[in-house]
Design a protein around this ligand. Structure first.
Ligand SMILES: C[S@@+](CC[C@H](N)C(=O)[O-])C[C@H]1O[C@@H](n2cnc3c(N)ncnc32)[C@H](O)[C@@H]1O
Length: 204
């Protein structure tokens, strides 16, 4: 992660150390056992992307990690390509290894989405921008609102931004920021006690 970040990524109270190879490897092994609980939400997310599954769409996965959601979408959209954005080179290494069956259909971009300017580092625009359990890591409402503003221009007309994340900050607040950024038909598609799937569309 670049120094001088406006991210809270490295704050002392943040228990995650996404730049550590050991931490990332342990986190991924622990996560593997929980992966089944996310399949339903991933399926709904895939079905909410407003394109036929056979289309050759390009997707951006924000905070892609080792690619759990990316892999799911590559399977559901067999002609799609995914740009995996993440702040951690260690996660990218693990993702390249775990997704080698899909070589040629995904590429990592290392960028910190809490730093204004990240969106210039990814080769948009995209039919769908997605994210899973990543953006809440930025513990600042202003910065999250800024991420949504930076995301909007990267979405193709007719496309969408769908975020599966924890309820921090509250989803209603986050939906206001999405509307403020320009997204239409912003809604929460699913939620349970811990997580929600929400997002919006760009007029075609
Ligand atoms: C809980 S993991 C989720 C990974 C993946 N999306 C998944 O659902 O399995 C959070 C991911 O967000 C990334 N992340 C956290 N803060 C970030 C930032 N400021 N910029 C870019 N990526 C960040 C971490 O490196 C990590 O890969």
């Amino acid at each position: 992660m670049p120094s001088g970040s406006r991210s809270s990524h490295h704050h002392d109270h943040n228990p995650h150390d996404w730049d550590s190879a050991d931490y990332v490897s342990n986190w991924a092994q622990d996560q593997d056992q929980k992966e089944a609980s996310r399949q339903k939400a991933f399926g709904l997310l895939a079905d909410t992307i407003p394109y036929d599954k056979a289309q050759a769409i390009t997707i951006l996965d924000l905070g892609a990690g080792y690619g759990a959601l990316t892999r799911f979408l590559l399977e559901r959209f067999p002609q799609a390509r995914v740009v995996c954005q993440d702040g951690s080179e260690e996660m990218a290494k693990l993702g390249r290894e775990r997704m080698k069956d899909f070589n040629g259909r995904f590429a990592y971009v290392i960028a910190d989405f809490s730093r204004h300017g990240w969106s210039k580092l990814v080769p948009g625009p995209f039919e769908a921008i997605v994210s899973s359990i990543a953006i809440h890591n930025v513990n600042s409402p202003n910065i999250i609102c800024g991420i949504y503003e930076d995301t909007y221009p990267l979405v193709k007309p007719g496309g969408c931004f769908l975020n599966f994340d924890r309820h921090h900050p509250p989803i209603e607040e986050q939906m206001k920021w999405l509307r403020g950024a320009g997204f239409k038909d912003v809604q929460c598609f699913w939620q349970d006690q811990n997580r929600a799937l929400f997002g919006g569309f760009k007029e075609g």
